[in-house]
Design a binder for this molecule. Structure first.
Ligand code: GLA
Length: 724
């Protein structure tokens, strides 16, 4: 809380979560100093001495000791990265806060630091909150209190401290159809910097990272994570400081001239969502999942079981024929699909990706009676109807662009660079947002649409508005506002965030949407890695995961149906292939997988996710709680060992007895060993489940079968009673 150390006259601002603590050193005439962020300290535990009293003054240093504060500023005695870079027409280029007022919103949990720089004439409010899931949220509001414009080049949403023995940063890079690839960088005296200037969250650079202390693993040890809840440009950096700590800043990357604060104006940053866990990467993921779950705007307030999708894209592409679509819907409903999503290709003039974006009414040739008959037919089959839209975009070859060429973001004199033949609309203009809302509203009023797949298939370039000003930031805000406007008028509609697959996955968009399209890649082998990366920050129930065709359209590789289904099963399941063309055996097998998903989706989609690696090309993931788990064991490549090592499940409770059974719906022929045959028989209800001691399963492990490459074994492990 707010601890006073009388001997030094210093106050400490202390926030406690369940397992973590934040300590700042309060000073009335400067920004609070960072003292601690890490594993939980006991109540009343405070620093031994004020920071400056506790450290010897080094030679060849300014005669003022300037440690890391929560708002380090350029120009005084601070030579590290600044949380703020700003000036007024070249003057007042340096800042230093000389007043600090504390406002506790919730004692011990959340506060606002009101900082003032009376020389540079600006104020900065930093909001900090640490919740019961150990999620630390920070965001900042910069106020121009002067009489001149303040040009802002950089304002961190927040500045965090990391201990000096932090060793490694784990971040995500990627590209289309290959998102969430893990990169490990050692932390050193070099600055660690990742920036994104593509105007959307991007495939290239996920706006977040994880920092691990020595010895941290998936299951144990201290790991820190931070994420910027924002769907546009971003910047994250980690810098080693002279006192051997690291500072970690995240914020919006601003284009030159993008933020010019008029007197009296305020700049609000996106929210920095951070967490620390002593339970390794999986503990950190659990905290982030809690943060996302708390913000998801479910219709009616709670998530209903995630319905199985069929998406028409890889089955039909642009070739929409209502009779074929009806046949696809019939085949899908027969095997148990619950939501039919009509993807790209349905609207006026959309026969390929070179035209029509912007003209959001049904193509008269393909749908002479509009979409209503198809939607009603889908409903009559017991499925919901969903529709693909890409509202923010326009093709030069469209009626919209021919009528309003000025609505596209552009810079006079520069070429209109396209990407996938399309331009970006300036959604921040009132008339553009109104047009898009009216079109979407009309569709939602006329057709029983339960779901929108909201796509966004290009980067922002030459993103100038009508006043020749950079529009990146206002574009993202306007998209959020448009989403909210649609949701306010149609509160029952769910929305998916898609951007060429996973190009717009972040906690900013997830405050306005309900699912992400994780990747356009439906190759199950690629998906194993992509989904494991995504699960570090997002929970499985919103992670779109489809059973695609073989060969996969984006890689050309083929995997068998069971593996494709087993990889998609833990996420929000869908199918993205033409199920009409499956033979009877395949159709029956697919139906078994959909039944299995329906049976277990509530267990898969609530609770925690643990990821683990067994080595020898085997990875696993467990969903649920320590007393009731569904475990997926994936072999991604052939074994290099004669015997597969046992699977240790460290989360199981040592003093409990567990029931174990295999859940795989079609018993795989490759399954060997009497034990696994027993587990499979138990899964089919033919024999009672096997019993095992929690301590044994946690420490010695569950014997695994010898598995073929690209196969999966699925277990249910459920506590019975205390083993003692
Ligand atoms: C993007 C999406 C795909 C599909 C196509 C349609 O690439 O990621 O899933 O919707 O657009 O054009």
């Amino acid at each position: 809380m707010y601890t006073h150390a009388p001997e030094s006259g210093t106050d400490y601002l202390i926030l406690h979560g369940c397992h973590t603590t934040v300590v700042l050193e309060y000073r009335p005439h400067e920004a609070p100093l960072w003292r601690y962020w890490g594993p939980r300290l006991p109540e009343g535990c405070a620093p031994l001495a004020p920071l400056r009293d506790g450290r010897a003054f080094p030679p060849a240093t300014m005669d003022v000791d300037q440690p890391l504060s929560i708002a380090p500023c350029f120009g005084g005695a601070w030579f590290g990265q600044s949380a703020l870079l700003a000036h007024r027409a070249g003057q007042q280029f340096e800042q230093a806060f000389d007043q600090c007022r504390i406002e506790w919103a919730q004692p011990g949990r959340s506060l606002i630091l009101h900082l003032e720089d009376t020389v540079a004439q600006l104020g900065l409010d930093i909001h900090l909150a640490l919740d019961e899931h150990d999620v630390l949220r920070l965001h900042s509001s910069l106020h121009n209190r002067g009489v001149d414009v303040l040009d802002v080049q950089w304002l961190a949403a927040g500045t965090l401290v990391l201990p000096g023995h932090a060793q490694q940063v784990r971040s995500f890079f990627g590209q289309w159809a290959n998102e969430f690839q893990v990169q490990h960088d050692p932390l050193s005296h070099d600055i660690w910097l990742r920036e994104n200037r593509r105007g959307r969250t991007s495939h290239d650079t996920f706006p977040g990272a994880v920092v691990m202390l020595p010895g941290a693993t998936e299951h144990a040890g201290t790991a820190f994570g931070a994420h910027l809840a924002w769907s546009g440009n971003h910047r994250q950096l980690i810098e080693r400081l002279h006192d051997a700590l690291f500072q970690w800043q995240l914020g919006e990357w601003l284009a030159p001239g993008e933020v010019r604060l008029e007197p009296g104006e305020t700049l609000d940053t996106p929210v920095l969502v951070a967490s620390c866990s002593t339970a390794g990467l999986n503990g950190l993921a659990a905290n982030f999942h809690a943060a996302v779950r708390a913000a998801l705007p479910w219709p009616g307030g709670t998530m209903r079981p995630r319905p199985i999708h069929i998406n028409t894209w890889e089955a039909m592409y642009f070739d929409h024929r209502p009779d074929e679509l009806r046949a696809l819907a019939e085949a899908a409903s027969e095997i148990g699909v619950e939501r039919f999503v009509l993807d790209d290709g349905w609207f006026h003039g959309r026969h390929h990706d070179r035209a029509a974006l912007g003209d959001w009414w049904p193509d008269e040739g393909k749908y002479p009676d509009g979409l209503l008959p198809l939607a009603q037919y889908v409903q009559s089959l017991g499925m919901e109807f969903g529709l693909w839209l890409e509202p923010e975009m326009v093709n030069p070859d469209s009626e919209l662009f021919r009528t309003h060429p000025d609505w596209a973001l552009q810079i006079e004199g520069r070429p209109l660079h396209t990407m996938r033949n399309q331009l970006v609309l300036d959604v921040s203009r009132g008339e553009v947002a109104d047009y898009l809302f009216e079109r979407i509203d009309a569709l939602l009023n006329e057709i029983p649409i339960a779901y929108i797949k909201w796509d966004m298939n290009r980067d922002l370039a030459h993103a100038g508005d009508a006043n020749a000003r950079p529009a990146y930031r206002r574009f993202v805000q306007a998209v959020y506002a448009l989403l909210d406007r649609v949701r306010a008028s149609h509160p029952a509609v769910e929305i998916e965030s898609c951007a060429s697959g996973g190009g717009r996955i972040d906690m900013g968009i997830l405050a306005h949407t309900h699912r992400v399209w994780t990747s356009d890649c439906n190759d199950a082998l690629s998906r194993v890695g992509i989904q494991r990366g995504a699960l570090q920050f997002i929970p499985p129930e919103i992670m779109g995961a489809h059973i695609g065709p073989a060969p996969a359209h984006t890689t050309g590789r083929s995997q068998n149906l069971d593996f494709r289904a087993a990889v998609a099963l833990p996420g929000h399941l869908g199918i993205e292939m033409d199920v009409r063309h499956l033979d009877r055996t395949q159709r029956n097998a697919l139906k078994c997988w959909l039944d299995l998903y329906k049976c277990w989706r509530e267990r898969l989609h609530h609770g925690q996710v643990w990821l683990g690696e067994l080595g020898d090309n085997v990875v696993w993931q467990a969903h649920g709680g320590t007393r009731d788990l569904i475990v997926f064991v994936y072999r991604t490549a052939p074994t290099t060992c004669r015997y597969t090592p046992p699977l240790r499940l460290p989360m199981l409770e040592h003093d409990l007895e567990y029931r174990i059974q295999r859940l795989d719906p079609p018993a795989p022929e490759w399954t060997s060993s009497p034990l696994n045959n027993t587990l499979l028989a138990a899964g089919r209800g033919e024999t009672p489940p096997l019993q095992g001691h929690g301590a044994w399963l946690a420490e010695a492990g569950l014997p695994l079968p010898r598995m073929l490459a690209e196969s999966c074994a699925i277990y249910r492990i459920e506590a019975m009673h205390s083993a003692s």
